[in-house]
Write a protein that binds this ligand. Structure first.
Ligand code: SF4
Length: 348
């Protein structure tokens, strides 16, 4: 059941307190008839998956400066996009980003489809992203549920079913509140409420436009919600990274296969990652192992990477990878775990 009064309270709050974000058309500009650019909305939503707003901002600025339209992005070299994405993590997103940009450019004339179904047919666009783009860019009353919205809904309704089991219940609650009027502003307003007021710890209930309707506030259970099923402990995998420098300063790098973790990214040649990785040196050399490890946590496991370094002469051919001249090498093009190994090797 729609509840226009509750949505109106939130929209009223949003009109006064909306966050100023580089991909956003704020409520005043929106009221003046300025429409959000679907490309910028889509790009920001892909970047924001599993990533925070402060981490995304510089990447968003860099991408939109370099590739101002979806057709510009579609025409970019894969390696340039992967390098520009380096450090943002979850690299499958970057590969799907390119695929999607190319489909929009080639099959839709560079214009994003203006329906939920059309958006859902694009590569890498799931129900959440399709809903967010439909609502924010095209004012379609789609239900948009991210972690912020789940938290707000669980508290508003004092819902104690643990996540992820609670997802469909919370989605239904969110759908029931989504208004026909200004659904794009509404979607952003709930996200803002979750990000700035109904925060995970110490929600600022005194400033909340929904306090009088909030069941968790009434019951004093805000801090316990949303409930989450206990997390499984992440296993630890071990690996070896080989950092090889040629005497002229060139680095030996290897592009990872497209499929799998860090797929398509440039990195140090290395062993498999597992319980007892076997040595897999990419070139004949005298190796020195650093006495500290590069450590990194991925979604499903922790990685402890032994870093081995070597200096090789000009005429030594590698068995894997390619030498990249010193002036063409920028550690910022590496994914975070590879950059950690580089930083360790540079610090000894
Ligand atoms: S009153 Fe508090 S717990 Fe309830 S929605 Fe507002 S900020 Fe969240």
């Amino acid at each position: 059941m729609r509840d226009p009064a509750r949505a109106a309270d939130l929209l009223d709050w949003y009109d006064r307190h909306a966050r100023d974000l580089p991909w956003r058309v704020g409520p005043r500009a929106r009221a003046a008839g300025i429409r959000p650019d679907p490309y910028r909305v889509w790009l920001s939503e892909i970047m924001l998956q599993q990533t925070t707003v402060p981490a995304v901002k510089p990447y968003f600025e860099a991408f939109t400066t370099r590739w101002p339209t979806v057709s510009d992005l579609a025409a970019a070299e894969d390696a340039d996009v992967m390098a520009a994405w380096a450090g943002l993590g979850y690299y499958a997103r970057a590969r799907n980003l390119l695929k999607c940009a190319r489909v929009v450019a080639a099959e839709h004339g560079g214009v994003f489809p203006q329906s939920l179904e059309g958006l859902l047919s694009l590569p890498g666009v799931g129900p959440y992203t399709a809903g967010a783009v439909a609502a924010i860019a095209f004012d379609i009353p789609a239900t948009v549920v991210d972690g912020n919205v789940e938290r707000v809904m669980a508290r508003l309704h004092d819902e104690h079913t643990p996540l992820p089991q609670a997802k469909p219940i919370l989605t239904e609650m969110a759908a029931a509140l989504t208004p026909e009027e200004r659904p794009g502003c509404y979607a952003q307003a709930v996200m803002d409420l979750g990000a700035t007021i109904c925060s995970p710890r110490n929600p600022a209930c005194g400033l909340c436009p929904w306090r009088s309707a909030c069941a968790a506030w009434e019951a004093g259970t805000m801090a316990e919600l949303p409930k989450k099923a206990p997390k499984k402990r992440k296993p630890t995998r071990l690996g070896i990274a080989y950092l090889v420098r040629r005497v002229d300063g060139a680095w030996l790098l290897e592009r990872r296969p497209d499929k799998g973790l860090l797929g398509g990214m440039l990195g140090w040649p290395g062993s498999e990652w597992g319980e007892a990785p076997e040595e897999a040196p990419p070139i004949a050399a005298e190796w020195k192992a650093l006495n500290t490890e590069a450590r990194h946590t991925f979604t499903h496991f922790h990685l402890r990477l032994t870093v081995k370094t070597a200096l090789v002469p000009m005429d030594r051919p590698p068995e894997r990878g390619e030498f990249v001249e010193a002036e063409d090498f920028d550690p910022k093009d590496l994914p975070t775990v590879m950059r950690k190994a580089y930083d360790l090797a540079r610090s000894v």
